[in-house]
Design a protein around this ligand. Structure first.
Ligand code: SPD
Length: 291
C-alpha cells in the first residue's frame, strides 16, 4: 500500500484533491485486511494511540475520537425533548453507540452496520470504543441502514449517520433519497444528525446537503467540531429537525458539571453544544447567505 512509506501512514483524501497529505507515523501495525466492503487498517501512533483507517481515510484515533463520538451523539440527543429510541447507521467501531447508551432517557438503540468486519476488528483492537456493544439497550443488525428504514417508518426519535467519506460504501448516505428515507423513519418531532465533512475541503458538498435537506425539513443546521487527526483539523455534522420549533443552538437539557463528569464526557459540554453552531464568516455566508 502506497500509504505506508518509511513507517508513515498518509491520508491523501479526495477532499484535498490529492494535493495534501495528512501523515501519522505508523509505529506498530495491528491489523490490515480487506473486508467484503473496504480496506481496514489499525495501527498505533505514539502520540495519537490506536488509529482506525477505512479505505485510506482516518476514522478515529484514541486521542481525539471522543470529540467526534460525543458531539455527533449529544448534539441531536440534547436537542430533542425526550429521545427514547435511536437509530445509528454505520458506526461499526462502536464509539457512537457507547455515547448513545449513556443518555438517561434512551431506552433502545438500533444499529445498522453494513460491514461486520469493522465491528469484529473494533472488538479486538479498539475496546475503548467497542464497549458500547455490551449494552442491553442495543439491538444490532448487519445490513444497509437505508434498506432497514424502508420497513421501520415513524419509529425513531433520533437517527444518527456515522459514516465514512462520501465515496465507496458510504456514498449513498450523502444523497437526497437517503434523507427522505430518514424523514419517513422519524417519529413526529424527530431529529437527524449526519457526518457532514469539513468546511475547509467540502464546503460545496455541505452546501448541497443543506439545500437538499431544506426541501425536506423545516430546520437545518451545520455544527463544527475540532478533530486534529482529520484533514483540516475539523469536521461537521448536519442537523435537521422535523419540528419547526427546534432550536439546535439551545440544548433542551443543560448539563451540570456533575453530569458531564458522571457521563464521562471529555469534549461535550452545554457550552460546546452552543458554540458548535458559531461558524467562520466565509462558511456562514456560504451556507446561510449572510454573515
Ligand atoms: N474523513 C473521515 C470522516 C470519518 C467519519 N467517521 C468516523 C467514525 C467514528 N465513529
Amino acid at each position: 500500500m502506497d500509504a505506508f512509506k518509511k513507517g508513515w501512514f498518509s491520508e491523501t483524501g479526495i477532499h484535498c484533491s490529492n494535493k495534501v497529505n495528512i501523515s501519522l507515523s505508523a509505529d506498530n501495525i495491528l491489523y490490515h485486511e480487506k473486508s467484503a466492503w473496504q480496506d481496514i487498517l489499525v495501527f498505533e501512533n505514539k502520540l495519537f494511540g490506536k488509529v482506525l483507517v477505512l479505505d485510506n481515510a482516518i476514522q478515529c484515533t484514541e486521542k481525539d475520537e471522543s470529540a467526534y463520538q460525543e458531539m455527533i451523539t449529544f448534539l441531536p440527543l440534547n436537542s430533542h425533548p425526550n429521545p427514547k429510541k435511536v437509530l445509528v447507521i454505520g458506526g461499526g467501531d462502536g464509539g457512537v453507540v457507547r455515547e448513545v447508551v449513556k443518555h438517561p432517557s434512551v431506552e433502545t438503540v438500533v444499529q445498522c452496520e453494513i460491514d461486520e468486519k469493522v465491528i469484529e476488528v473494533s472488538k479486538e483492537y479498539l475496546p475503548f470504543m467497542a464497549e458500547g456493544f455490551k449494552s442491553s439497550k442495543l439491538v444490532q443488525h448487519i445490513m444497509d441502514g437505508a434498506e432497514f428504514m424502508k420497513n421501520h417508518q415513524k419509529e425513531f426519535d433520533v437517527v444518527i449517520t456515522d459514516s465514512s467519506d462520501p465515496t465507496g460504501p458510504a456514498a449513498s448516505l450523502f444523497r437526497k433519497p437517503y434523507f427522505e428515507g430518514i424523514k419517513q423513519a422519524l417519529r413526529p418531532g424527530g431529529i437527524l444528525c449526519s457526518q457532514a465533512e469539513s468546511f475547509w475541503y467540502d464546503l460545496k458538498l455541505i452546501h448541497n446537503m443543506m439545500n437538499m435537506t431544506r426541501e425536506l425539513y423545516p430546520v437545518v443546521e451545520y455544527a463544527s467540531v475540532y478533530i486534529p487527526s482529520y484533514p483540516g483539523g475539523q469536521i461537521g455534522f448536519l442537523l435537521c429537525s422535523t419540528d419547526a420549533g427546534t432550536n439546535f443552538r439551545k440544548p433542551q437539557h443543560v448539563l451540570s458539571s456533575e453530569e458531564v463528569s458522571s457521563l464521562k464526557l471529555k469534549y461535550y459540554t452545554s457550552e460546546m453544544h452552543t458554540a458548535a453552531f458559531v461558524l467562520p464568516g466565509f462558511v456562514k455566508k456560504h451556507l446561510y447567505g449572510s454573515y
